[in-house]
Design a protein around this ligand. Structure first.
Ligand code: HEM
Length: 395
């Protein structure tokens, strides 16, 4: 059956940066992209070694006894791991830090424009101009160069054919540089900032909740000690997984979202005087939804819904997770549910374990104001980040 809702103006809003890809397409084009990309999301063993390498790069930059803002390091970590999923192991990609950082800042700026365009609805085109277009051009050039190199490497005899990369899957269908760039950029946008924000909020919350931090460290000691964690070990860390769930509850990386009616339809509740009757949605009207607000509802999560309490996910044999349904939506749900969920939780869990193994004692810096959850200044672009970064004091 044809769906009643689509992405509305998103394609036009995002087009200058992202063009056509899974994140901007609807209908047949979207199904095709999803089928093409899906195989790359079955977690391959090689991925842990890449995550490990990117984690080591980050940890090398942490000096004991200093105060450090983890946030830019976390964005660079998820950039590396997502580039690996896209293009496979490419040392040049990882080591050319100058062009990588020019790319990262252009990508950030261009995304700010996309977020502001999105907020203007049908007037999105008012936010444009040469500066925006220049940032898009820097991003395009960086990805075009990697795509060109990766195509040559993939075709070379003796190249590593054992890793299924997103680009490898795409080149079986097309060698059009523009299509390849656009599909890859869509995944990069979906994968880099979302996971970096999860990690930023996680370290902020852990340093502000030392009892939770201690429990995570205990679990690490019991499960893998000082060794690098394996995938089964990471899966077994139920407390760490509850921490990640709880971070995404309070700070869902995609805190607001919307769909637009393709035809006149209705939603089952929201109408009538008490809001319990169906409500009409006319063709072309948009329905916004806000996981950030939903995840703080007391009727779903209890009177302490604004507290950071990972235990809520473990109580009563994990009843909350079984019953919460669409009340908890960090990765969306339905046919457009996030393709990268397993990968994101794997890399986030791995990095937290490795950082805490090397730096078990970390604190909120003495000069940081203590604020209640939700009172801190937040930065909303397409994703939600702490505006003040993620500063931690290392022992
Ligand atoms: C904590 C990390 C992550 C969160 C919270 C997250 C969340 C989401 C959400 C809410 C959507 C739905 C967007 C929409 O349809 O409007 C989505 C879609 C998507 N995500 Fe993630 N994501 C995360 C990590 C990743 C990673 C690491 C990747 C890839 C490397 C990825 C790839 C995708 C893709 C390809 C889609 C589009 C699915 C489709 O439209 O069919 N995500 N994600």
């Amino acid at each position: 059956m044809e769906p009643d809702f689509g992405l509305g103006e998103r394609r036009l809003v995002f087009r200058p940066l992202l063009g056509d890809g899974i994140f901007t397409q609807d209908g047949q084009a979207w199904s095709h992209s999803r089928a093409l990309l899906r195989p790359a999301f079955f977690i391959q063993e090689q991925i842990l070694s890449v995550i490990a390498r990117a984690a080591d790069d980050l940890i090398d930059q942490l000096q004991p006894g200093t105060c450090v803002d983890l946030q830019p390091l976390l964005f660079s970590f998820t950039l590396k791991t997502t580039l690996f999923m896209l293009f496979g192991s490419d040392d040049a990609t990882f080591s050319d830090s100058k062009s990588a950082s020019a790319f990262a800042s252009a990508f950030d700026e261009a995304q700010d424009y996309l977020a502001r365009r999105g907020r203007l609805g049908p007037l999105y085109w008012l936010i444009d101009g040469p500066h925006f277009r220049k940032q898009c051009a820097v991003v395009h050039k960086y990805i075009d160069d990697i795509v060109a190199k990766a195509i040559v490497t993939a075709a070379a005899p003796g190249g590593d054919k054992t890793v299924y990369t997103i680009l490898g899957g795409l080149v079986k269908e097309t060698t059009s540089p523009r299509i390849l760039r656009e599909q890859c950029l869509n995944v990069l946008l979906a994968g880099r900032d979302t996971t970096a924000c999860l990690l930023s909020w996680a370290f902020r919350l852990l340093t502000r909740h030392p009892v939770v931090l201690d429990k995570v460290k205990d679990e690490i000691s019991r499960t893998c000690g000082k060794s690098t964690p394996s995938r089964p070990e990471l899966k077994r860390m139920t407390y760490l997984n509850a921490v990640l769930k709880e971070v995404l509850r309070l700070y869902p990386s995609v805190p607001v979202n919307a769909r637009t009616a393709i035809r006149t339809t209705s939603l089952p509740v929201g109408g009538g005087a008490d809001g319990k009757m169906p409500i009409l949605v006319r063709k072309g009207e948009s329905v916004g939804y806000c996981p950030y607000a939903m995840h703080r509802r007391q009727d779903i999560f209890g009177h302490d819904s604004r507290s950071f309490r990972p235990e809520r996910w473990l109580e009563d044999g994990g009843r909350l997770a079984q019953t919460v349904g669409y009340g908890y939506l960090p990765f969306n749900a339905g046919p457009r549910t996030c393709l990268g969920q397993e990968f994101a939780l794997l890399e986030a869990g791995y990095l937290i374990v490795r950082i805490l193994q090397k730096h078990p004692v970390m604190d909120v810096p003495a000069d940081e104001a203590s604020e209640a959850i939700g009172d801190e200044i937040q930065k909303l672009t397409l994703v939600l980040a702490p505006a003040g970064g993620c500063r931690v004091q290392l022992a």
